[in-house]
Design a protein around this ligand. Sequence first.
Ligand SMILES: [Zn+2]
Length: 91
Amino acid sequence: MRFNHSNKHIRDAIRYAESKNWRVTKAGPRAHIWGKLWCPRRARDGCRTQVLSTPRNPELHARDIRRYIDRCPHTGNNITINNGEAHYESA
Ligand SMILES: [Zn+2]
């Protein structure tokens, strides 16, 4: 499923998250939180970060999101890419 953020920088960051097999969930329509990104570790100690609807500085917010993704120790673990589709084993 694909969600579109209204800001280009943040859309790119979300696409980056998806390319790293992060999951995207959308918040309610009135929330100032746009949604959440969840790391590939589907467990309580997995990483998650919020995406704001209208951050004051979207470019900076997008960069923070990417930095958070890059810091995740679970991304890239137990993942095989098959025809562009990610398959991960639960740890
Ligand atoms: Zn993680």
